[in-house]
Design a protein around this ligand. Structure first.
Ligand code: ZN
Length: 480
């Protein structure tokens, strides 16, 4: 199945027109089809789904080290959903309700999960008995539904989040849960490092935390248009949900104690970041680990050449034997058209074999990320390809990290912040007081992401609102 060629535009808008570029690459790059007849619901093309599958395989690999995967129902009874007051307030305007079974009205309405705390925790109440049962670390990868009233956007703001990875853990103590939140953030950093996406970790301000949480840690990245995209969150739930859902364990002294919980999630925003951070004017640029096709081989034929065709097939077979995902493009299109097509698809390496290569017992290797061409010996092609995969991922990360760092501006005044957030992220001293934070957000028309971890969050200065000295730097940005 392919998008019919007449539906494709001759070329992609330049990436500097990010919004147009993004919409076009989803279709031309065959990631998502936006033509499904329900607002905010989109269709994964097979190619896009392949990228998703490989991306989520990394997430599964990281979580499976010490989590278990499970699957809970999509439907949540109103009686469970309405138990946690803060949680309800946070989600009530976004919930889809199932009210009928066939023509009969249901006695108890059923919510389509907007997130699964209220589906999972009634079961945790049954499962958790003793301290020996803890910790529990379970995750699931599911679709969730949210009736978004803001402008919807594929992979970024959806009414059906198709790829919600949510983990829910249970611990004896508050400190153990806090450790788990840190661990979750580490897992996400490792995940995004594999996707070559640089991230900033910060603790969300109190007014922006998950409904029902003690606190929220968030992972953000910077999109090409200077807005940040939240691509992962981890929440310390304290005993808030345990009290609501009566999740208790018997401690070493035989006493009943409320359990401490965490939950953390990522969604297909990870794919939005992957596409947006690395892509360019020619199309997708994918790290080899998640590219559906890692190597394309293109015979450069002048007239008919059995020898060149043979050499290409031989290289394809050798690379496939190594477990690589290889496509030999023997279609009738001209080489230029083939280059264009595989560049659009983000294929990390293109191998060309023409008469001169054949004569020199060599293969021409072209990198998608840099466009560099190099001739390598035919006999060592496996080694050369695998070696270049490492270089490509490293280069993509370094390039993205440079670009992120170049667009972080340390500011001293709110006027400077206003200017800086039109290009990227602003750092500004903040005393951590709620009133000052809200006043800052109001004044610049953008959100405080939080005080970032690491050097970025440090620096002495004066809070622009109350004029008190502080050692904390908040970051502010326009957000998706
Ligand atoms: Zn202040």
């Amino acid at each position: 199945m392919q998008v019919k060629s007449e539906e494709k535009k001759a070329s992609l808008p330049q990436k500097s027109n990010f919004s147009e570029w993004y919409n076009e690459i989803l279709l031309t790059g065959e990631i998502m089809d936006v033509r499904y007849p329900v607002k905010g619901l989109y269709v994964w093309f097979p190619f896009g789904f392949d990228v998703r599958k490989r991306t989520y395989a990394i997430m599964r690999e990281l979580l499976d080290r010490d989590h278990k995967e499970a699957l809970f129902p999509l439907l949540i009874p109103e009686t469970e959903f309405m138990k946690e007051a803060e949680h309800i307030k946070g989600f009530e305007n976004e919930v889809y309700w199932v009210t009928h079974g066939g023509t009969s009205e249901l006695d108890i309405k059923l919510a389509l999960r907007p997130t699964s705390e209220t589906a999972i925790y009634p079961m945790y109440r049954v499962w958790v008995r003793s301290h020996a049962d803890l910790p529990i670390k379970i995750y699931q990868i599911v679709n969730t539904f949210r009736y978004e009233t803001k402008h919807t956007r594929p992979l970024i703001r959806l009414r059906e989040i198709t790829s919600f990875k949510e983990a829910h853990t249970v611990h004896c103590t508050w400190d153990e849960a806090a450790e788990q939140v840190k661990e979750a953030v580490h897992i996400y950093q490792e995940f995004y490092r594999r996707l070559a996406i640089p991230t900033i970790v910060s603790k969300r301000p109190d007014w922006d935390k998950f409904p029902g949480a003690d606190y929220t840690m968030a992972v953000d990245t910077l999109m090409p248009d200077g807005k940040t995209l939240q691509i992962g969150t981890a929440h310390h739930l304290g005993t808030n949900f345990a009290k609501t859902f009566d999740i208790k364990y018997e401690d070493l002294n035989g006493e009943q104690q409320y359990a401490h919980q965490t939950c953390y999630g990522i969604s297909e925003r990870s794919i939005a970041a992957l596409i947006s951070v690395h892509g360019d004017d020619k199309g997708l640029v994918l790290p080899p680990e998640v590219a559906p096709v890692q190597v394309v081989i293109i015979p450069v034929l002048f007239g008919k050449s059995e020898e060149i065709t043979e050499a290409c097939r031989s290289v394809a077979l050798r690379l496939k034997t190594k477990g690589l995902r290889v496509e030999l493009d023997e279609s009738d299109e001209r080489p230029g058209a083939k280059y264009y097509k595989w560049e659009m698809k983000g294929t990390p390496l293109r191998l060309e074999i023409g008469p001169r290569d054949l004569k020199n017992n060599a293969v021409t290797v072209v990198r998608r990320d840099t466009g560099s061409r190099e001739t390598v010996p035919f006999d060592s092609i496996e080694y050369e390809v695998e070696n270049k995969f490492g270089d490509i991922t490293r280069n993509l990360f370094e390039k993205a990290e440079r670009s992120l760092n170049e667009r972080i501006t340390r500011c001293g005044t709110l006027e400077e912040v206003k200017h800086a957030i039109s290009e990227g992220i602003a750092g500004i001293p903040w005393c951590k007081e709620r009133e000052c934070g809200l006043a800052m957000e109001e004044a610049v028309g953008a959100g405080i992401l939080g005080i970032p971890e690491g050097e970025l969050g440090l620096g002495s200065g004066i809070c622009p609102v109350c004029k008190k000295e502080t050692l904390s730097m908040a970051i502010m940005a326009k957000t998706y």
